[in-house]
Design a protein around this ligand. Structure first.
Ligand SMILES: [Cu+2]
Length: 197
């Protein structure tokens, strides 16, 4: 091969690898709004993608206990993530969930914390055996592409790999059919969903 041809093929290789790198890093955005009927259950809603799963680096998320409540009220995590439960109240709290594999972290006092790695996809109602009014939800998503809706029902899921994916909704009491959405790199696609009985 002549020197010029060698240089040209090297240059083409460089351009090709750079293009692939940009495409892999450059995801799209899914945004939209969830409407709930009845509306009072709207805040207990998570929008998530059923795929792509891919390789996910586990993270540690926090659920606090403060002023006799779990904070946040709904925590969305990815399967493999660990939740650190804290207690910032002057009283002892217990942390348990009867759902899926069942969880009981026992009782612990102010400034103590205990961690748990949830074993299954889906929702866990999060309770305290001493204070029946304390209720929250941990939603374990099969993918890292998930969002808890805000007070108006709006959500945004960023950095989604390009492709066609199933958008699903979890709500503590209501249901919605999945929707198929096609994500294009660098673009935002809007998906509106309705949850009802
Ligand atoms: Cu408690």
């Amino acid at each position: 091969m002549s020197t010029i041809a060698t240089r040209l093929s090297r240059l083409l290789l460089l351009v090709a690898s750079a293009t692939v790198g940009v495409a892999a890093a450059d995801g799209g955005t899914i945004t939209g709004k969830v409407e709930a009927t009845p509306a009072k259950y709207l805040e207990e809603t998570v929008v998530y993608l059923k795929g792509p799963k891919g390789a996910v680096k586990p993270e540690v998320k926090v659920m606090d206990q403060r002023a006799m409540a779990f904070i946040p009220h709904v925590l969305a995590i990815t399967l493999g993530d660990t939740v650190k439960f804290q207690n910032h109240d002057g009283v002892v709290h217990n942390v348990y969930s009867p759902d899926n594999e069942g969880v009981n972290l026992g009782s612990f006092k102010q400034e103590e914390e205990r961690s748990y790695t949830f074993g299954q996809e889906g929702s866990y109602s999060q309770l305290c055996s001493m204070h029946p009014e304390m209720l929250a939800y941990v939603f374990v998503s099969p993918t890292p592409y998930k969002a808890v809706v805000d007070k108006k029902g709006s959500f945004t899921i960023s950095n989604v790999p390009p492709g066609t994916w199933q958008v699903a909704v979890w709500n503590s009491r209501l249901k919605a059919a999945d929707k198929s959405v096609t994500v294009v790199a660098g673009q935002t696609v809007t998906v509106n969903l309705a949850v009802k009985r």
